[in-house]
Design a protein around this ligand. Structure first.
Ligand code: FAD
Length: 439
């Protein structure tokens, strides 16, 4: 837990309840000019300032002890130029379907949920799955950023283009983003097939499975030999749709995936010996359905059972070995893990601090119910994934520092130099950034 500090403004905590802070001041700017004034005042008074998103990072990356900039005043569509849509930085991903549908557009890919802000999502490298698709930051074509001395830095194909691969995934360390231009795609629907399948067969064929469907992922409940696969295929917008009925959707997503699952987590926390049986039951009762719906309704789901998460990207071809090693680790330590392990894929990209920079990537995420102590499990998983040249998700728990991270990011040094240039006084720093980037 990040150390709370006694400020006068209302407290802020993240979704995973792993960070709590009492900032000195909370401000809600509505324009870039107002952000400039806030940053200049902070610089003059030698104070720190930080923009937060929706607080959905599990790390302390968004912790703002001094001046906290709220996201909500900077939201909505600001401009449209063909497929390029400029959004206020605080726009929530759940607002996008309604904003983009009248334009006939959609986000190319999304992660599991839509509660994040666009600036928060890109700042930590939020990703979904799909061997041919990158994370959300790869869809960024422009940004407006207020840097450490209050300068407005515009980055796009025609202005400061060389900085785009750094600022599109900047950890909140380079400035306050006020606008983000995203390249959208024509609206589409997704055909979803979800099935329980044998662990060994799916894990052995992971690369092939990821290559043979647009968006492939699976969940593995530890202590079982079954995985629940999700196979999503992109279809034209006018394809016939067969969405889940409201009752089925409510039952699957609200009742089974959240209420019943939440109850099993509570039971698992007080009686861990029951977890293997509960997990086996879960793989029998869920994850067997087919439907076709608009892309956002298929990509994202609701998560009301609180958890903590660690996720690593590793080279795609190493996923089977890493998963088997993880399974052996869990078995050998005798832990009882009620939350599933999630396995996804992404295309390589060229963003300096992207977990997929320079290599086709597999993602393995481990979770723990928020009332259970995650540290022993997460530390061991962290050590294991590092053996596979792992790169941790910036918004999820990990145990790395600037020294170890500089070994797995070829352009780490350039990013730090850019930070020195854009934020020499470390206005935007916090404890997390001090750890992962240095002071
Ligand atoms: C239930 C759940 C499910 C998730 N699923 C996924 C998933 O499927 N895939 C995935 O990759 N991740 C996932 N995540 C992680 C999540 O997407 C990231 O942590 C994301 O950064 C959260 O966005 P946010 O808006 O909450 O940002 P915050 O966590 O509030 O902030 C993240 C960073 O963005 C910075 N930031 C925010 N706004 C600005 C701004 N205007 N200017 C500059 N910096 C800014 C903050 O300072 C901080 O550094 C999940 C998290 C949860 C809790």
């Amino acid at each position: 837990m990040s150390t709370p500090r006694a400020g006068t403004a209302p407290a802020w905590s993240n979704w995973g309840r792993s960070a709590l802070v009492h900032p000195a001041e909370r401000v809600s700017p509505t324009t870039t000019d107002q952000v400039v004034a806030i940053v200049r005042r902070a610089a003059e008074q030698r104070r720190r300032v930080k923009a937060v998103g929706a607080g959905h990072s599990f790390t302390g990356i968004a912790v703002a002890t001094d001046i906290l900039i709220e996201p909500d005043g900077l939201a909505g569509v600001l401009a449209v130029d063909g497929n390029l849509v400029t959004l206020g930085a605080g726009t929530r991903l759940w607002q996008l379907p309604d904003l983009l549908a009248p334009l006939g557009l959609a986000m190319q890919n999304l992660g599991d949920i839509d509660r994040q802000t666009i600036a928060g999502a890109i700042s930590t490298g939020t990703h979904g799955t799909g061997a041919r698709f990158g994370g959300i930051s790869t869809q960024v074509r422009g940004l407006v950023l207020v840097t450490g001395d209050g300068t407005v830095l515009r980055v796009s194909a025609s202005e400061n283009a060389d900085l785009l691969p750094a600022v599109a995934l900047g950890l909140g360390a380079l400035g306050v983003i006020t606008e983000v231009t995203i390249e959208c795609v024509p609206a589409f629907v997704l055909g979803a097939i979800e099935r329980p399948e044998p662990f060994d067969a799916v894990v052995d064929a992971f690369e092939h499975r990821a290559a043979s469907v647009d968006h492939f992922e699976f969940l593995w409940f530890p202590h079982t030999r079954t995985v629940l696969t999700k196979n999503n295929t992109r279809l034209p917008a006018d394809s016939p749709r067969a969405p889940l009925g409201p009752v089925r959707r409510w039952f699957d997503d609200r009742v089974m995936s959240n209420r019943v699952f939440g109850l099993t987590c509570v039971v698992g926390a007080v009686a861990p010996r029951l977890v293997p049986g509960i997990n086996r039951l879960a793989t029998r009762l869920t994850g067997n359905r087919e439907f076709t719906d608009v892309s956002t309704s298929v990509f994202t789901t609701q998560r009301s059972v609180r958890f903590r998460e660690l996720e690593y990207s590793i080279p795609l071809e190493q996923v089977p070995d890493a998963l088997r090693a993880l399974r052996s680790l869990i078995d050998s330590r005798g832990w009882r893990i009620s939350f599933p392990v999630e396995v996804r894929a992404a295309a390589h990209d060229d963003l300096w601090l992207s977990t997929a920079t320079g290599r086709a990537s597999g993602y393995i995420a481990v979770h723990r119910y928020f009332r259970e102590e995650p540290t022993e499990y997460f530390r061991a998983a962290d050590a294991l994934f590092r053996e596979f040249e792992g790169r941790p998700h910036w918004g999820k728990i990990h145990f790395q520092d600037a020294e170890s991270l500089s070994m797995v990011y070829p352009r780490f040094g350039e990013f730090v130099q850019l930070r020195d240039r854009l934020d020499p006084e470390r206005l935007f720093a916090n404890e997390y950034l001090d750890t992962v980037l240095g002071r």
